[in-house]
Ligand binder design. Structure first.
Ligand code: GH3
Ligand code: MG
Ligand code: MG
Ligand code: MG
Length: 324
């Protein structure tokens, strides 16, 4: 019989994220007010984790920075505090929502166990506590938590990568389009003007030809940095294509947009760019086309076309200028 591989089955094989999940530096919080039990659990787990004991003496958890723990073990027979309420609180608090909770229940207390599981605790151990079981369940929970963290981080990274441009760190064209569509389709925003700047570096081919493509990339990076520094938090800068950039300015009239565009143009032209491919800083200029929503520019694509036409005018008129 043939060995079926993932590909045969139509399964896309990605990196195995669960491999090499290490238990090193695992941190466990143990909420147990019975000192001798706490000490014993601590010693059972000492090979796999650093255990912090919180004995809730004052009727509440006093351990700081709960978010750093990989696992929280809670006794459900605490004298000063209701263990189930504590579980419920930890499940709903932002800092601890993702941390697995292992509860210590009294043998045969099914009612308590059921309530704990309903509150979302992850696992349980019935007393009397078996050392091997405690270690095995703790390990499993810590691994699972670290695996989930890794997935979340990867997901976050993928989302960021899908939105941004690698060379400049600005938003990419794809993100810009949906942002602009969104902004222009909102009913109440139709009365508010959106100004859009379309920018294109002048004679950029010459920069590449003279200093090399890597130096060209440095210029693009520095250009993006200067624009980002010069716009408001509500504005959005994106790389539209090769050496073309867009700035979207919500609730901005033509006069103010002109003022910003002119300031951006000068921030490029007035300070030559330092790049590793050249001993002397090089002169860079940018042409800017400006358009505003309303009148004929009723959709994001129409607004982009209008800005592009204005940019063309700026190029025709001799570059290094703003046109609308
Ligand atoms: P114009 O003033 O008319 O805009 O002249 P230009 O030379 O800038 O225009 P053209 O469209 O002829 O050339 C654009 C250049 O931008 C050509 C291309 O090699 C360069 N370019 C596009 N994307 C990148 C990039 O990611 N990195 C680098 N280094 N260069 C790029
Ligand atoms: Mg061109
Ligand atoms: Mg150009
Ligand atoms: Mg161009």
């Amino acid at each position: 019989m043939r060995e079926a591989t993932g590909q045969d089955l139509g399964i896309k094989i990605g990196p195995d994220l669960s491999r090499n999940i290490s238990l090193s530096n695992a941190k466990v919080l143990l909420v147990e007010d019975y000192i001798r039990v706490a000490g014993r659990i601590q010693s059972y787990l000492e090979d796999i984790a650093t255990v912090t004991v919180d004995n809730v003496e004052s009727g509440e958890i006093t351990t700081p920075s709960l978010e750093k723990f990989d696992l929280i073990i809670i006794s459900l027979s605490l004298s000063e505090i209701d263990g189930l309420r504590l579980c419920s609180h930890l499940r709903s608090a932002e800092a601890t929502r993702q941390i697995p909770i292992l509860v210590l229940v009294d043998e045969g207390d099914t009612q308590q166990l059921v309530r704990a599981m309903e509150l979302g605790v992850t696992d349980y151990i019935a007393r009397p506590i078996d050392r091997n079981e405690l270690v095995a369940r703790s390990k499993a929970q810590i691994r699972q938590k670290r695996y989930a963290n890794r997935l979340r981080r990867n997901m976050q990274k993928s989302i960021e990568m899908a939105m941004t441009d690698a060379v400049t760190g600005l938003y990419n064209r794809h993100f810009l389009s949906s942002h602009l569509d969104n902004m222009m389709s909102k009913e109440n925003d139709k009365r508010k003007k959106v100004s859009l700047l379309m920018m294109d570096l002048d004679k950029f081919k010459i920069v590449n030809d003279t200093y090399g493509h890597a130096s060209g990339d440095e210029v693009l990076h520095e250009f993006a940095r200067r624009i980002s520094n010069d716009i408001r938090n509500i504005d959005l800068a994106a790389r539209f294509g090769g050496e073309e950039f867009v700035v979207v300015m919500p609730e901005t009239n033509l006069e103010y947009a002109h003022f910003v565009a002119e300031r951006l143009r000068r921030s490029i032209a007035d300070e030559p760019f330092e790049i590793s491919g050249s001993e002397t800083p090089i002169d860079i200029t940018v042409s800017i086309g400006l358009a505003i929503s309303g009148d004929n520019n009723t959709s994001s694509s129409k607004l982009l076309v209008a800005a592009d036409q204005a940019l063309y005018k700026a190029k025709e008129n001799g570059r290094n200028q703003v046109c609308s």
